[in-house]
Design a protein around this ligand. Structure first.
Ligand code: ZN
Length: 173
């Protein structure tokens, strides 16, 4: 993994969104859900959602659960759909725990109310393993790009995705 500065990472995300086909309306999450973007980072795909390794990682093993269709507000989701994406986050947490032995795992529904350079309003959950104690592991620091963000070297993210896929498939549903 290498560390990118916040400005460089923000630029990369903006460039990615700008280069998407028209049908995704600039939404990287829609492109991920369609299988046209970051497909090599996908761990599992189901009717509930797409679980994948986040290309821009707060920590090693930072995952995302992306809703299959473009819904922006959690309150507009039926309970069964909401429960299903939370279940995916729980299954992902168990696989992360087995593979990475983090000290904690944060699960967060973030996202912006309007499209911004770093995030998208399309509903998604972050599943973030935390390995440290102290100030660096406070949510305000973990979820900030102020100090930069990690990106995987070529094939590194795909390898992590396949390791997690094996663990998830080996467990009871
Ligand atoms: Zn979308």
């Amino acid at each position: 993994m290498r560390r990118l500065g916040a400005d460089e990472a923000t630029r990369l995300v903006a460039d990615t969104a700008a280069a998407l086909p028209e049908r995704h309306r600039g939404c990287v999450m829609c492109a991920i859900a369609s299988g046209e973007h970051d497909a090599e980072l996908v761990i599992q795909r189901s009717a509930a959602g797409v679980l994948l390794v986040d290309r821009f990682a707060a920590t090693r093993g930072h995952l995302m659960v992306v809703l299959p269709e473009h819904v922006e507000h959690v309150a507009r989701l039926e309970w069964e759909r909401y429960a299903a994406i939370q279940r995916l986050a729980w299954q992902a947490s168990r696989a992360l725990d087995a593979l990475m032995s983090p000290r904690r795992i944060f699960v967060a529904a973030l996202g912006a109310s309007v499209p911004l350079s770093k995030t998208f309003p399309h509903l998604h959950l972050h599943v973030v393993p935390v390995y440290e104690d102290g100030d660096a592991s406070r949510p305000a620091n973990v979820f900030s790009w102020s100090h930069g963000v990690w990106v995987y070297e070529k094939a590194e993210g795909a390898t992590l995705a396949s390791e997690l896929r094996v663990l998830m498939n080996a467990r009871e549903p």
